[in-house]
Design a protein around this ligand. Structure first.
Ligand code: MRU
Length: 351
C-alpha cells in the first residue's frame, strides 16, 4: 500500500476519494495525529486496505469495495487477456474475504457484480457511476437517518456513543454520529460521551476528532466507565451504528456494544441503533448466525507498538458482538424507524 501525504486538511466526510482513476483512502489507522492517504489502484490493494483498517466502518467498507470493483475491471482490462472476467471474479472474492462481519461489504460487491456482464466498451464508466451512486446514496441515507433519529430524542440530554459511526465510517455525516450531529443542531444534545473503544480506539481517535471538528462537546471515557456514567444521571440515550442486523433485529456492532446495551437497560437509558438498509441482512435469522471477526492477539496485548500484556498471556480478540433485539429500543434506517424490533424484526422496513 502506497502512503501519500495530504496537501489539504482531513475532513470526516472525505475518507474515500476517487481521483484520476485511483482511490485515495484517508488512513484511519493513524488519524487524527497524522493525516495522510493510502493510494489503491487495484482490487488487491483495496482488500489489503480494508483488512488493515485503513478504512473501516460498515458503510465505508462497502463504498470502498464498490470502487475496488471498478479498479479491478480497469486493471484486468488493461492486462489485455481474453479471460479478464475470470480474473475480475477472483478479485471480487479477494475483496469479499477482506473482513467478515459488515454485510455492507457483500451487499456492495453483489450490486457491482450484477453489472460485470455488460458490454466491456462502456463497463468501466458504468461501474464508476454505480460506485459513485452507492457512495452518494449512503450520504443521503445518513442525512435522512439524522432527521429520523433526532426526532426520536424528545428532550435535551447527553448521550453515549461507541466506536466510530461518523463521516469517516460512511459516505459522510455518519449514522450514529449523524443523528448526534442533527440532534445537536436541533438543541437536543447537551454532551457526548465517546467510549474510547479498545483496542483500535475508534472512539477516542476518530469520533472525538469528528465531534470536536463539528463543535459538539465531547468527553472520551474508558469503555469500562460507561455504566458508572449512566448511574451519575443525565444520559438519555446510547446511540450506536451497526455492521449487520439480523432478520429478528439482533444487532452486530463493535465489541463492547452488548455490555453497553445491558447497562443502558439496567439504568433506564434508551438504546438507539442507526444503520442504513444496506446493513440489514434478511439472510441471517438471528445474531448467532452473524460471522464475528476475530483479529490478532497483538491488538490486545500491545498498544502503540509497545507490549502491555504480561509475557506469556494470551488474548481473546473478537472485534464485534451481538446485542439481542430485546435490548434495542429503536433501529433507525433511511426508510423509517423500527421501534421495539424484538416484537416484529426488520422485515417490514424492507418491503
Ligand atoms: O472495526 P470497525 O472500526 O470497522 O468497526 C466499526 C463499527 O463497529 C461501527 O460501529 C459500524 O461499522 C457502524 S459504522 C457507521
Amino acid at each position: 500500500m502506497e502512503v501519500i501525504n495530504l496537501s489539504e486538511a482531513a475532513h470526516p466526510d472525505h475518507a474515500i476519494k476517487w481521483v484520476d482513476s485511483e482511490m485515495l483512502l484517508l488512513d484511519q489507522r493513524v488519524m487524527p495525529h497524522v493525516e495522510r492517504f493510502v493510494r489503491c489502484t487495484d482490487a488487491q490493494q483495496t482488500a489489503e486496505a480494508i483488512t488493515a483498517m485503513v478504512v473501516r466502518g460498515a458503510p465505508a467498507i462497502g463504498i470502498t469495495a464498490a470502487y475496488g470493483v471498478v479498479l479491478s475491471v480497469m486493471h484486468r482490462l488493461a492486462e489485455g487477456k481474453s479471460n479478464w472476467r475470470d480474473a475480475v471474479i477472483t478479485d471480487l472474492e479477494t475483496l469479499a474475504a477482506s473482513r467478515p462481519t459488515a454485510v455492507n461489504l457483500f451487499w456492495a460487491i453483489d450490486r457491482m457484480r450484477k453489472l460485470i456482464d455488460e458490454d466491456s466498451e462502456t463497463l468501466v464508466d458504468r461501474l464508476l457511476i454505480e460506485a459513485r451512486q452507492i457512495h452518494q446514496e449512503d450520504l443521503i441515507a445518513n442525512r435522512l437517518m439524522g432527521e429520523l433519529g433526532s426526532a426520536c430524542i424528545t428532550e435535551p440530554t447527553s448521550v453515549i456513543t461507541h466506536c466510530n459511526a461518523g463521516g469517516l465510517a460512511t459516505g459522510g455525516h455518519g449514522t450514529a454520529v449523524g443523528v448526534i450531529r442533527t440532534a445537536f443542531q436541533r438543541g437536543k444534545i447537551e454532551h457526548v460521551y465517546a467510549d474510547e473503544t479498545r483496542p483500535w480506539l475508534q472512539g477516542s481517535r476518530l469520533t472525538a476528532w469528528e465531534l470536536v471538528h463539528s463543535g459538539i462537546p465531547v468527553s472520551v471515557i474508558a469503555d469500562s466507565a460507561a455504566s458508572a456514567r449512566m448511574r451519575e444521571g443525565g444520559i438519555g440515550w446510547v446511540i450506536v451504528g451497526s455492521d449487520r442486523i439480523a432478520a429478528n433485529g439482533d444487532v452486530a456492532n463493535k465489541i463492547g456494544t452488548y455490555q453497553l446495551a445491558v447497562a443502558a437497560r439496567h439504568h433506564g437509558v434508551k438504546f438507539m441503533v442507526v444503520a442504513p438498509t444496506s446493513t440489514l441482512d434478511l439472510n441471517v435469522s438471528c445474531g448467532e448466525e452473524i460471522p464475528i471477526e476475530t483479529r490478532e492477539q497483538s491488538e490486545i496485548l500491545q498498544c502503540g507498538g509497545a507490549n502491555i500484556g504480561a509475557k506469556g498471556a494470551k488474548a481473546w480478540n473478537p472485534v464485534f458482538d451481538v446485542t439481542p433485539a430485546e435490548l434495542v429500543d429503536v433501529i433507525v434506517t433511511e426508510r423509517g424507524v423500527i421501534r421495539n424490533p424484538a416484537e416484529k424484526g426488520i422485515r417490514a422496513i424492507l418491503r
